[in-house]
Design a protein around this ligand. Sequence first.
Ligand SMILES: [Cu+2]
Length: 159
Amino acid sequence: MRKLLVVFISVLLLIVAVSCSKQNDALPEMIKVDLSVKPGTGKVDQPISFEAKVSQGKEMVNDAESVIFEIWRAKDEKHEKIEIKQAKNGIYHLEKSFSQEGTYYIISHVTARDMHNMPKKEFVVGTPSEPEDPKAKDSMENMDMGDHQKDNNHEGDGH
Ligand SMILES: [Cu+2]
């Protein structure tokens, strides 16, 4: 009988231990995305460098599920979406030049570690054009990514 009690208590302790560690797992650190555009004001047909630095706590994330740079000129219907497949030290990098002057926007959609973060930045090529209403809804309608619709982290600038 006593033996059974010992077994019972051990099992109980094990359950407590497991559920405690599960609780810790349930609180992963948020992924952080630092989006930078250099230069913030570029010239026509001169390359502009876009970098999304993805990290989780102190760890740089090189294995994001998907990193998509959405770029468009203010008021333009057409948004270009470029997937960045490779990262170095957590940095997803794109270099791109623009032949049309104006105010532009970039959103870096980052899905990693079951989380989504999508900071947005404005930049200018040559002379700025009329900017968009910042309250206007970000153009997510055309994105066809399953995960994208599911999560609620979409509003705001991700910070
Ligand atoms: Cu997104």
